[in-house]
Design a protein around this ligand. Structure first.
Ligand code: ADP
Ligand code: MG
Ligand code: MG
Length: 882
């Protein structure tokens, strides 16, 4: 079977972008609609694969290209290599747009003969030589691999010789000199003469574009954007039109709406008498599109009309490349515009209002991941800040912290409870633990796809990279930027949304939902079936997440309340107590505090369910660090030997020694699999009893005040139904006691987390006692993979993901094939016992779109995620349902 190697733009049969690439598909579509597109043809992605396998263009392909060229000759009345000469561009075009990643050659078909024909035809020698020198330069760079700088240097030298500043001022004679020297350079670099035969040029250029699919830039881009490597690129060969043919010619790029703010109105820029990349190259300053209205009113009017036609046709904002040749407008490219999250939301809503798309389409237009950009705290726009430099905005959000120059320093400072910004020239996989420890990352080198940028985005941490103004002296641990010296421990702030680097702390403002985003999310709510709750441990987070649309709290971690600085001494006293009375006393102190916590959260969520998880981590997490205690003991012992009579030292030493003994008692080799969760609740029932009492007392109090608290008690880490049964007996006892003490009728469902495989496997038994399930997929992932999350991420997981052993970090994206099976099976078995068992998920995955899709497909009732991800989860749940 012979493959079809060539599709004319005017052959309407196939418009699939996986065959023709995005650019080719749109060129064909615009041609079909009758828009002014210069004639040409596309070689499909299959040709790229064939080229890769053969290592060259086959005769088959060459024949097809030659035939297609004669069709273009016929359509244009020009001749490739003849008179008037047909010139073409050879353009890459991948199925998923990868702007600027691959290469294009313009003015192909020029040689010493055709350049004369072109000069004659146009009556403009200068123009013809300008095209020729551009062609040799682009071909030399893209096809022959000679760095563009080498050509630029020659051009600069000739300009200096001619005493002119701009390319436009060079005469035809000057340009002939440039061309001559270019050819000498090519001969010297490649050992061959510059190819004069147009078809040789064409086949070589096509081959180079196919090969550019695998250039390192393109590969990295694909990795970052999760574009499959096996798609391949198409090649477009298109008749040249000339924006450099005098002052009634020009070239430009435009968006049909503002891609950064989303405001209505065509947005873009153009250059008169210019070609191709001149607009973006920054050599001359382009004019805003609005200016075209004065310069060429008719062209402007036509252009605006074309923009509207394109938007109506594609039903989305377009990113357009155009060229004006002697007052005639041509479209060279259109595609759905990339846009900021803010613009995406605004435009989706506008298009619904304008009747272009329906609500469902609008909801699907915004990628839930994109919302993340809008939901980070930002630097207060009104704040006075000292900006000392700007780098690339590599990962959104703002971060402040103390400067650390090494990953180890960052990790150490973090251990001491400091907030850290890791400042490096660049990062490598060895720095992962430092990146994990840091609030944000700042590098002086590397682009948007550098290691730091990629990893930071993956972890959702702010990152500014490639900040040229930053000079780091790693040996001295000092950095200089904008005339300021930064030493280790100094405070610095970064703004990952703008790339700003700021000295000192900055005031942050909470993200807010814009009017448009609220509207879009309301539409999403109409489509979604999954409930969305928040993980919140305090009244502020509860209120915030309610404002973001959360329908309750899916996970309230009570240990976070124990960690508050005023609580720690009481919690320690409780843990260290050596008599029942001493313990009682500490618990009595904690009870009103916990009751206050629950009161606040239940009030903030009044009328909505709040799932409160009883204490989960091992007790030693509340005690001082073992190594530090040992160090303290050693120091005190030394002091004591010097001052044997000092009572104060003796007392402190005794205290430390006791503490150390208790910490050693509680120490575990493997705390993640240790004495924690319901295991504590069963062996030390006092703590759970106190917590349950606090929940019921807060509930009774709120009810008496006329509120509608809806608490749910959740038991962590259950692996056997008997654990749950026993704890339920305890809970029931406390409930009855508080009922009779307060005279209030109390009811509260009791459920469990499913976070060890045995719980999922025996879900039908556990559901006898559990009124609801919540999959704790963080722990379930740990216990299913047998990975300790905190260790794995820094040690091998990163490498696993980079190296492709795992496709995703399973702590970020739910492992559907493994952990997901347990979720599905647990849900199904649980519901066998209790058909309307309410099932949710409360791990990190509850705020991740692919995992949310899985939860929807598996029939869960709700997902619960951190407050800032609630909007994202609402949108993702709608996407899952549509
Ligand atoms: P990229 O994918 O990097 O945008 P393109 O293939 O779109 O590369 O080419 C870059 C630019 O070259 C276009 O924006 C346009 O200005 C110019 N160009 C490409 N083909 C032609 C053509 N046939 N006539 C005139 N200019 C062209
Ligand atoms: Mg382009
Ligand atoms: Mg857990």
């Amino acid at each position: 079977m012979s493959t079809k190697w060539v599709y004319g733009f005017d052959e309407v049969e196939a418009l699939d972008k996986y065959v023709l690439g995005g650019k080719g598909a749109n060129l064909a579509e615009m041609t079909r609609v009758g828009l002014p597109v210069p004639p040409g043809f596309t070689m499909p992605t299959a040709a790229c694969h064939a080229y890769g396998n053969e290592g060259k263009m086959t005769d088959d392909m060459k024949d097809a290209v030659a035939q297609a060229m004669s069709r273009v000759e016929a359509a244009t009345g020009r001749e490739f290599g003849g008179n008037p000469p047909l010139l073409v561009s050879v353009r890459s075009g991948a199925p998923i747009s990868m702007p600027g990643m691959m290469d294009t050659v313009l003015n192909l078909g020029l040689n010493d003969t055709t350049v004369k024909a072109l000069a004659e035809e146009t009556g403009d020698e200068r123009f013809a030589y300008d095209c020729h020198r551009r062609f040799i330069q682009m071909f030399g760079d893209v096809v022959l691999g000679i760095h563009s700088m080498r050509f630029e240097q020659i051009l600069e030298d000739v300009k200096a010789d001619a005493s002119v500043k701009t390319d436009q001022e060079l005469s035809a004679k000057d340009l002939e000199r440039v061309i001559f020297q270019y050819k000498v350079l090519v001969q010297r670099e490649t050992g061959h003469e510059f190819p004069e035969d147009p078809f040789t040029q064409l086949y070589m250029a096509i081959g180079a574009v196919f090969s550019s699919w695998d250039n390192p830039r393109a590969k990295v881009y694909r990795k970052v954007h999760e574009i499959p490597d096996d798609l391949g690129t198409a090649v477009n060969v298109q008749t040249m039109v000339f924006g450099n043919l005098g002052n009634d010619s020009g070239t430009g790029v435009a968006f049909t709406r503002n891609p950064s703010t989303g405001s209505r109105g065509v947005f873009g820029e153009y250059l008169i008498n210019a070609q191709g990349e001149d607009v973006v190259a920054g050599i001359r300053t382009p004019q805003p599109i609005a200016h075209l209205e004065q310069e060429m009113p008719q062209v402007y009017e036509q252009f605006i009309a074309l923009c509207n036609t394109l938007e109506q046709h594609y039903k989305d904002v377009q990113d357009i490349e155009f060229t004006i040749q002697q007052g005639r407008l041509f479209l060279l490219q259109t595609r759905n515009a990339k846009r900021t999250a803010e613009a995406a939301v605004k435009i989706a809503v506008q298009l619904v209002e304008e009747g272009v798309i329906d609500r469902q389409t609008a909801v699907l237009r915004v990628d839930p991941d994109q919302l993340d950009q809008l939901l980070h705290p930002r630097i207060d726009p009104g704040a006075q800040v000292q900006v000392v430099g700007t780098g690339l905005p590599a990962s959104p959000g703002a971060a402040s912290g103390h400067v650390a120059f090494t990953a180890d320093d960052a990790a150490d400072r973090r251990q001491n409870g400091e907030r850290v910004v890791l400042v490096r020239t660049e990062t490598t996989p060895e720095d992962i633990h430092g990146i994990l420890a840091a609030e944000g990352i700042l590098t002086s080198r590397g682009g948007m796809t550098s290691h730091a940028a990629v990893v930071a985005r993956g972890m959702g941490k702010p990152c500014v990279c490639g900040c040229d103004a930053l000079y780091i002296d790693g040996a001295q641990k000092v950095a200089r930027i904008g005339g300021i010296e930064l030493r280790e421990g100094d405070t610095v702030s970064i703004d990952g949304a703008t790339g700003r680097v700021i000295v000192g702390d900055v005031p942050l403002v909470e993200p807010e939902l814009s009017e448009e985003l609220n509207l879009l999310l309301e539409w999403a709510d109409e489509f979604r079936e999954l409930g969305v709750r928040a993980n919140a441990d305090n009244p502020e987070d509860s209120a915030r997440s309610r404002g973001f649309g959360a329908e309750g709290v899916g996970l309230c971690r009570t240990e976070h309340m124990f960690m508050a600085s005023d609580r720690v001494p009481v919690v320690q006293a409780m843990i260290l107590a050596d008599t029942i009375d001493a313990q009682r006393e500490a618990l009595d102190q904690l009870l009103p505090m916990q009751q206050g916590d629950f009161y606040g959260i239940l009030l903030a969520m009044d009328g909505l369910p709040v799932t409160i998880r009883l204490l989960d981590p091992p007790l030693h997490e509340f005690l001082p660090n073992l190594e530090k205690l040992i160090a303290k003991q050693v120091t005190l012992q030394e002091h004591q030997s010097l001052h044997p009579d000092d009572q104060e030292i003796a007392r402190e030493l005794a205290e430390t020694t006791y503490m150390l003994r208790r910490v050693r008692d509680l120490h575990e080799q493997n705390p993640m699999l240790g004495h924690r969760g319901c295991r504590l609740g069963i062996t030390h029932p006092e703590v759970y009893e106190m917590q349950v009492r606090a929940i019921f007392q807060a509930t009774a109090q709120l009810m008496q005040e006329g509120h509608h608290p809806v608490p749910e008690i959740m038991i962590p880490l259950v692996g056997h139904v008997e654990e749950l049964r026993r704890l339920r007996v305890m809970i029931e006892k406390v409930r009855l006691a508080v009922e009779s003490e307060t005279g209030t009728v109390l009811s509260c469902p009791v459920g469990t987390m499913i976070e060890v495989p045995r719980a999922a496997l025996t879900a039908h038994e556990i559901a006898v006692e559990a009124e609801f399930f919540s999959f704790g997929t963080n722990d379930l992932t740990q216990t299913t993979f047998g990975y300790s999350r905190d260790d794995a991420e820094g040690k091998f997981l990163h490498q696993y993901v980079e190296g492709g052993v795992l496709q995703h970090n399973p702590f970020q994206v739910l492992d559907v094939d493994g952990v997901g099976q347990l979720v599905a099976l647990g849900t199904e078995r649980g519901r066998r016992t209790r058909p309307n068992l309410k099932v949710g998920i409360c791990g990190e995955h509850g705020g991740e779109k692919r995992s949310i899709k899985f939860c929807h497909d598996t029939g869960l009732n709700y997902v619960s995620c951190s407050p800032f991800r609630v909007p994202l989860a609402r949108l993702a749940a709608a996407h899952a349902a549509l």
